[in-house]
Design a protein around this ligand. Structure first.
Ligand code: UD1
Length: 337
């Protein structure tokens, strides 16, 4: 079976993808510098898959270490997760984002090319659509990054598109994630944000478990069903399976693609809060607060292209996303420890 290199392998989405790849029969080599993840993820993966994960600690911007890695392992394709991902942080530290996200992808592609490995799946984001003119969002919707984080995702996509155009041997898959939530059904791995969570569901989870007194709902005057923001929440295990489907396509079919990975369903903040309260049996107190700068009213995918190209679609509903998130949060109230 092909060997897949996962960069940023101990992060939230990558660790779930690692399990999906192993259960689909792929060999996996993981690398991470632990700049935003815990080495304990490796112990949990070992427990879940029954074998010791193959892993090396390294920073993908370190080309010497990357060349040495490729010299030691036969690598058939790369799934490149390693990146910074906080929008607010990116506006405060733009150079760190360009260096790590754009520089990291450049380093990975340079080393791949030098070693004749030309298949890559790239973690992009629905953030590349900015404030979309119409919904649901198709892949040909206009692109408009509104912050440095979004710019790095757009630049990554552009880099891969140009690479594919220059050399048909390159096969690239850009996956535009909508809002990943939930956790593995075992409750052994999940999202473990450092500090105060920026995103909705991890925040709600910490309120439900008693780490925070209430959720601030950013805006109740959006033009949506109940005035709160609407997003396309997708179970992280569905997202992980989307990577397996993307890799299968790259291994079978020449060419490059860019697809949305979402459910096609939009849910409001209050719908998420209510679903989480039902799943957890806990109260989730809310306080209404002003809109968050840079937010948009609504964002959800047209998932048809992924169904057609990858034969993939999301299976889990919001109730399941909340139930799995709650299992992870209640079994690991302080995250990986
Ligand atoms: C955010 C990022 C986006 C990134 C995505 C990754 C911003 C502006 N956008 O998207 O670039 O790709 O995360 O998952 O940061 N909300 C609250 N209270 C909270 C937190 C969130 O009401 O404490 C609301 C937001 O206003 C929004 C919804 O919940 O309506 C979802 O927010 P969030 O989880 O941060 O995701 P995005 O804003 O879609």
């Amino acid at each position: 079976m092909p060997t897949i290199l996962l960069t940023g392998a101990t992060g939230y989405i990558a660790s779930h993808t690692w399990l999906s790849l192993l259960s689909s029969g792929f060999e996996v080599l993981g690398v991470d510098d632990f700049s935003n993840s815990s080495p304990l993820v490796l112990d949990r993966l070992r427990e879940l898959c029954g074998t010791r994960p193959v892993f090396e600690r390294l920073d993908v911007t370190d080309r010497v270490a990357m060349h040495a890695l490729f010299a030691r392992h036969r690598i058939d394709a790369v799934v490149h997760f390693a990146a910074f991902k906080a929008v607010g942080d990116s506006t405060a530290r733009p150079l760190a984002y360009y260096r790590n996200n754009v520089g990291g992808l450049l380093s990975v592609c340079d080393v791949m090319q030098a070693n004749g490995c030309k298949r890559i799946v790239f973690s992009s984001s629905a953030t590349v659509y900015g404030d979309p003119p119409s919904l649901p969002i198709r892949e040909d919707s206009p692109l408009a990054a509104t912050n440095p984080y979004g710019q790095t995702k757009l630049m990554g996509e552009t880099m891969l598109r140009d690479l594919g155009a220059a050399d048909a041997a390159w096969q690239t898959g850009c996956l535009r994630y909508f809002n990943p939530v939930g956790a593995h059904e075992s409750g052994r791995i999940g999202e473990d944000p450092r500090g105060t969570p920026n995103n909705l569901m991890p925040f709600v989870a910490q309120v439900a478990v008693g780490r925070r007194p209430h959720l601030s709902v950013f805006g109740r005057d959006w033009p949506t069903i109940d005035g709160t923001g609407v997003r396309d929440y997708i179970h992280v295990c569905d997202l992980a399976d989307g990577h397996v489907a993307a890799l299968r396509r790259l291994l079978d079919t020449a060419g490059c693609f860019t697809v949305n990975l979402g459910t096609g369903q939009g849910n409001s903040v209050l719908e998420v809060v209510n679903a989480y309260a039902r799943a957890s049996g806990r109260e989730v107190p809310v306080q209404f607060a002003p809109r968050r700068p840079g937010d948009i009213a609504a964002c959800y995918a047209d998932p048809l292209l992924a169904q057609q190209l990858l034969c993939w679609r999301a299976k889990h509903d919001l109730a399941r996303m909340c139930a799995d998130s709650w299992r992870w949060q209640s079994l690991n109230p302080e995250g990986f420890q």
